[in-house]
Design a protein around this ligand. Structure first.
Ligand code: HEC
Length: 128
């Protein structure tokens, strides 16, 4: 009886220890993406419903999957293999790069991410 109670306790605590990516996405990341990316990467907002470069930012699942050219949008734990991070980081380091997101010429309608927002996305991808 005692063993069973202990096992139940252990499995419950490990379930809580794991990061809930979906909840963290909704709370911290989705609002940033809605503001700076959705105009071109959400099928409901993009011209003719076609998202740019196959990158659909409208759900966590489609972001993880990524677009046509840069591979996975999110590789959990590794920002160097996550196009979501690589493109927003490029905007800070090489703003003229075609893959710097949001594109420089669109900043009036699609605000570039602040340093704090870029750090938030990094922490989100690296959280375990
Ligand atoms: C004004 C429209 C526009 C906005 C806003 C925009 N993008 Fe893009 N995005 C593009 C275009 C155009 C490309 C293709 C660039 C190329 O191929 O040179 C692209 C490509 C990408 C890719 C590469 C997909 C692949 O693997 O092929 C990613 C990832 C991406 N964008 C993420 C974002 C993120 C994240 C944001 C918001 C921070 C954002 N974009 C905002 C137009 C936009």
């Amino acid at each position: 009886m005692r063993t069973l109670a202990l096992l139940t306790l252990l499995s419950a605590s490990s379930a809580f220890a794991a990061v809930d990516h979906e909840a963290a996405f909704k709370a911290d990341i989705a609002p940033i993406i809605e503001k700076s990316c959705a105009n071109c990467h959400d099928p409901k907002k993009a011209k003719n419903g076609k998202v740019k470069s196959g990158f659909d930012s409208s759900s966590l699942a489609s972001i993880v999957k990524g677009g046509k050219e840069l591979g996975e949008g999110i590789t959990w734990g590794d920002v160097s293999k996550s196009s979501l991070y690589k493109t927003i980081n490029l905007a800070a380091t090489s703003p003229d790069d075609d893959m710097a997101m949001p594109p420089k010429k669109s900043h009036e309608k699609n605000p570039p991410l602040t340093k704090e927002q870029v750090a938030k996305v990094k922490a989100f991808i690296e959280a375990k």
